[in-house]
Design a protein around this ligand. Structure first.
Ligand code: ASP
Length: 439
């Protein structure tokens, strides 16, 4: 049994947090490969080391003095090292970093030092081998991850290493230049390491006990989701529920490795299992609810639209031409509605409308703004009768006017459009009907 354990920044923000992480790792000897993030925030108004590094490097790039900023970063690590009582000095590392900053080694190099240094501290603390990700995780020249090069090398190295720390977030181009994933990318590293050694489980440790049925800013103390499929998670994440970097799913999914989201501060909590498929039913008919505000609906009407071949294409081309992606497209016999992101659409509105008029000659175009979309997601909906009915009667009781309904043919989700102002009320009503009343 082999597990990859990835710890997020808040799990490694201080010596105390490191100690919790140490206990977690030592309590299970199958936790053999550790992927750390850079130290995150110790308290709300604190700054993540990654952000300190970006800021420090921006000063260095302007050719100005950055000694104080670099010293503050070193202070974060020294505090952890002394808090853990380690016999370790990062003086030489910081000399190299300073030199490289002066020589303008690049923003990615700068940011990657957060994980690199934390990896050194973690390896020293655990007595594990330190493996520099720049030597085993590779990017192609176009900036995408190079699995063909990475996997065989990483696999061979780890097959010959009993226990190791592999810092998250970065790798290198073939010529050795450091490159990072996008923000939050240590999740991706964890997934790549898990795929490389065909781990049994990828544990992703963070500061919440997994995914929740709804946003805790809207629902007080929402229930956790025990098991979620990759598909369900994608639907929820797309609508704003974020627990994991989007690109972290693909490598493990390909190898059939489940991900367990766990809470470093409450390791006894079960957390959320993310799996390809499962016979385990959700505790409720639905798995989760997520949503976003800030959409616009463009309603287009034309008599006999249904028999006019190519009408939809002409309308969509107008959006494509102005680089606007559409989110949903419910339609009637002589109407079609396009949902787009309001901030993306606003500045280009008149250009798009003019293009639709010119190419598709509609009778009328009517725009409704300040709308929110809510996704009710659940693999259990397929087998359950009356799910939609329950949602809409709950919304009617809460006096929420439904502007749009869209059920995907996979019956995995139902998307509902409401006014921005009704958003929170709608989510509460749906949560209550499925979770509190347990229907
Ligand atoms: N430290 C990086 C960030 O703050 C990467 C990560 O934590 O996953 O985005």
């Amino acid at each position: 049994m082999k597990k990859i354990v990835k710890f997020g920044g808040s799990s490694l923000a201080s010596a105390d947090q490191f100690q919790k992480v140490g206990e977690i790792i030592r309590s299970d000897e199958t936790r053999r490969y550790v992927v750390p993030s850079a130290p995150g925030k110790r308290f709300n108004s604190d700054t993540k080391v990654t952000d300190m590094l970006y800021a420090c490097y921006a000063i260095a790039e302007e050719g100005k003095k950055f000694d104080d900023e670099l010293k503050a970063i070193k202070g974060r690590y020294d505090e952890i090292i002394s808090g853990l009582g380690l016999n370790l000095s990062l003086d030489e590392e910081f000399k190299t970093i300073k030199k490289n900053f002066k020589e303008k080694a690049g923003r990615d190099y700068a940011a990657s030092r957060g994980e690199y240094l934390n990896g050194i501290v973690m390896a020293n603390y655990l007595g594990y081998e330190f493996i520099d990700s720049a030597q085993y995780i590779f990017f192609k020249e176009d900036g995408t991850f190079d699995g063909d090069k990475t996997y065989p090398l990483l696999r061979e190295k780890l097959d010959n290493t009993e226990r190791a720390v592999i810092p998250g977030f970065y790798g290198a181009y073939a010529d050795g230049r450091v490159k990072t994933f996008s923000r939050g990318g240590s999740d991706v590293t964890g997934s790549i390491v898990a795929a490389a050694i065909k781990a049994d489980l990828y544990e992703n440790w963070t500061d919440v006990s997994g995914c929740l049925v709804a946003d805790p800013r809207i629902i007080h103390n929402p229930e956790p989701i025990k098991v979620v499929t990759y598909k369900e998670l994608r639907e929820l994440a797309y609508m704003g529920a974020s627990v994991l970097h989007e690109d972290a799913i693909f490598p493990v999914r390909k190898e059939g490795i489940p991900i367990n989201i766990k809470n470093t501060n409450k390791p006894e909590d079960e957390g959320t299992m993310i799996v390809e498929s499962t016979c385990r039913q959700s505790d409720y008919t639905i798995t989760g609810i997520a949503g976003k505000k800030g959409f616009v609906a463009i309603n287009i009407e034309k008599d006999m639209m249904n028999s006019e071949i190519g009408f939809g294409r002409k309308v969509l081309e107008a959006f494509e031409k102005h680089d606007i992606s559409f989110e949903h497209m419910p339609s009637g016999i002589d109407t079609m509605t396009i949902f787009v992101h309001q901030p993306e659409f606003e500045g280009k509105e008149q250009l798009v409308l003019a293009d639709i008029h010119r190419s598709a000659h509609p009778d009328t175009i009517d725009i409704e703004s300040d709308l929110a979309l809510i996704a009710v997601v659940g693999r259990g909906m397929k087998a359950a009768k009356g799910t939609a009915g329950r949602i809409f009667s709950a919304l009617a009781h809460a006096r929420v006017n439904v502007k749009m309904i869209d059920q995907g043919s996979s019956e995995l989700n139902i998307i509902i459009g409401v006014k921005n102002d009704d958003f929170e009320r709608a989510i509460k009503a749906i949560y209550t009907i499925f979770v509190d009343t347990q229907l």
